[in-house]
Design a protein around this ligand. Structure first.
Ligand SMILES: NC(=O)c1ccc[n+]([C@@H]2O[C@H](COP(=O)([O-])OP(=O)(O)OC[C@H]3O[C@@H](n4cnc5c(N)ncnc54)[C@H](O)[C@@H]3O)[C@@H](O)[C@H]2O)c1
Ligand SMILES: [Zn+2]
Ligand SMILES: [Zn+2]
Length: 379
C-alpha cells in the first residue's frame, strides 16, 4: 500500500510499504477514504518529537471497513467509520470512566495511545491506503447512511472537532459566557464553533494569521489580530476590563510572539491575564515533558515560567490534556447530520495522497490560505 512515511525533519514521502493487516481477532481493516494533516503532525514533521524514522503518520482517519477480525461483533464489512485518534481498549480503569485518551491497555506503561504518533504506541497511522484498527467494536464510530456526502465534516470527528469541544469543557464554558481562544488553527476554530453551539455570548479568537481569523469571524467569533496590538489588551477592552469568563489554549508548546519567535510560556500567561478572576482555562494545545529543540533551558525540560502567583490570586482553574474523543464524537456527529455543525468549512485543500509532502510543507509554513488539508488516498 502507499503511505506517508517520516524520513526526518521536514521530510515526508509517499512510499510503498507492506499492507496494514488484521493482527488480532478484535481488529478491523479499514480502506481509508479521507485522512487529515493535523497541527499535531507538524510537531513531528518539524523534528520536535522523538518519533522514529519510518513511522507512518496520520491520526485523523475515516474509511470503509473491508475486513473484520473473528471477535468483532458490532462493526461490519462495508460500514463507513470515523476513528478517534485515541486507540483505547474500553475496559481499563480510565476507559471505563470515559477517559479514553488515557487508556492503560493500548500503550503499556503509558496512559494513552494513538495512530501514527510519537510516544503513543507502536501503531501506524492512516495517511495510507489501509489502516489496522485495534479494539474495533469500541473504537469505530459507524456513520449514518449518506455520510459520504459530508465526509469532510465527519472526518473532523476523529480529532479536531471533539478536541475543540474538549477545550471548552475543560474551561467550564456555560451558556452566556464569554470565551477567549488563543490560536485560530483548526483546533482553535473548532473550539470557537463548539462555543457557539453551547451558547457562548462572546467568542474572541486570537492569532496573527488573517486567513484563519477570517474563518473565526465566519464562525461568529470576534477576530483578535495581535500583530500590531496586544491581544490581551484587546480582550480586556472587549470585557470591560475584567477578562473573559473562560479561555482555551489551542496553540501548544511552539507558541510564538508576533515576530514569529517561539516564547513557550506566552499563551499560558496571556490566558491568566485575559481570563477573569475565578475563570476556567482549558489547555488542549500540546505541551511536552521534554523538548530538546526548545529555545530556552526551562522549555528543554518541559517546564514553563508560568505566572502562578497571578493565577492563584485570581482563583483560576486549569484543565489539560489529550481529548477523550469518544466522550463527544457520537453527539457531535448528530449535529453534523442535522446540519447544525459544518466543521468542513475550514478545509482549504483536498489533495490526493501522492501530494502529501506538498500539503505538509504548505500547512507547516502556515502559508496564506492553507487552513486545513485533507488527503484522499483513493483519488
Ligand atoms: N489535546 C489534544 O487532544 C489535541 C488534539 C489535536 C491537536 N492538538 C494540539 O493543538 C494545537 C493546535 O493544533 P492546530 O491543528 O490548530 O495547529 P496549528 O499549528 O495549525 O495552529 C496553531 C495556531 O496558533 C497560532 N499561534 C501561534 N502562537 C500564538 C500565540 N502566541 N497566540 C495566539 N495564537 C498563536 C498560529 O498562528 C496558528 O494559527 C497543537 O499543539 C496540536 O498539537 C491537541
Ligand atoms: Zn490531530
Ligand atoms: Zn483502556
Amino acid at each position: 500500500m502507499k503511505a506517508v512515511v517520516y524520513k526526518g525533519p521536514r521530510d515526508v514521502v509517499v512510499n510503498n510499504v507492506p499492507d496494514a493487516k488484521i493482527e488480532k481477532p478484535t481488529d478491523v481493516l479499514v480502506k481509508i477514504t479521507t485522512t487529515n494533516i493535523c497541527g499535531s503532525d507538524l510537531h513531528m514533521y518539524e523534528g520536535r518529537t522523538s518519533v522514529e524514522k519510518g513511522k507512518i503518520f496520520g491520526h485523523e482517519n475515516l474509511g470503509v471497513v473491508i475486513e473484520a477480525g473473528t471477535a468483532v461483533e458490532r462493526v461490519k464489512v462495508g460500514d463507513r467509520v470515523c476513528l478517534p485518534f485515541n486507540i483505547s481498549c474500553g475496559y481499563c480503569e480510565n476507559c471505563e470512566r470515559g477517559l479514553t485518551g488515557f487508556c492503560l491497555t493500548a500503550n503499556p506503561g503509558n496512559a494513552g495511545a494513538a495512530y501514527g504518533y510519537a510516544g503513543m504506541g507502536p501503531y501506524n497511522g492512516g495517511q495510507a491506503e489501509l489502516l489496522r484498527v485495534p479494539y474495533a467494536d469500541f473504537n469505530c464510530l459507524v456513520l449514518p447512511p449518506g455520510a459520504e456526502e459530508k465526509e469532510n465534516d465527519y472526518v473532523m470527528l476523529s480529532d479536531i472537532f471533539p478536541t475543540g469541544y474538549h477545550a471548552t469543557r475543560l474551561a467550564g464554558l456555560q451558556p452566556g459566557d464569554s470565551v477567549v481562544i488563543y490560536g485560530a488553527g483548526p483546533v482553535g476554530l473548532m473550539a470557537a464553533m463548539s462555543a457557539r453551539i453551547q451558547g457562548a455570548s462572546k467568542i474572541m479568537v486570537v492569532d496573527t494569521h488573517k486567513d484563519r481569523l477570517a474563518l473565526a469571524e465566519k464562525i461568529g467569533a470576534i477576530p483578535i489580530d495581535d500583530t500590531d496590538q496586544s491581544g490581551v489588551d484587546q480582550i480586556l477592552t472587549h470585557t470591560d476590563g475584567h477578562g473573559a469568563d473562560c479561555g482555551c489554549e489551542c496553540v501548544g508548546y511552539q507558541c510564538c510572539n508576533r515576530a514569529g519567535h517561539e516564547v513557550p510560556n506566552l499563551t499560558m500567561n496571556n490566558l491568566v491575564a485575559s481570563v477573569k478572576a475565578t475563570g476556567g482555562i482549558g489547555v488542549v494545545g500540546v505541551f511536552m515533558p521534554e523538548d530538546p529543540g526548545a529555545v530556552d533551558e526551562l522549555a528543554k525540560k518541559g517546564q514553563l515560567a508560568f505566572n502562578f502567583g497571578e493565577f492563584f490570586t485570581k482563583g483560576q482553574r486549569i484543565g489539560t490534556g489529550q481529548c477523550n474523543v469518544k466522550l463527544y464524537n457520537r453527539n457531535l456527529a448528530k449535529l453534523i447530520a442535522a446540519g447544525k455543525a459544518n466543521p468542513s468549512m475550514i478545509v482549504s485543500h483536498e489533495l490526493p495522497l501522492d501530494q502529501a509532502a506538498d500539503g505538509y510543507a504548505n500547512f507547516d509554513a502556515r502559508k496564506d490560505g492553507w487552513t486545513k488539508v485533507v488527503l484522499k488516498p483513493g483519488k
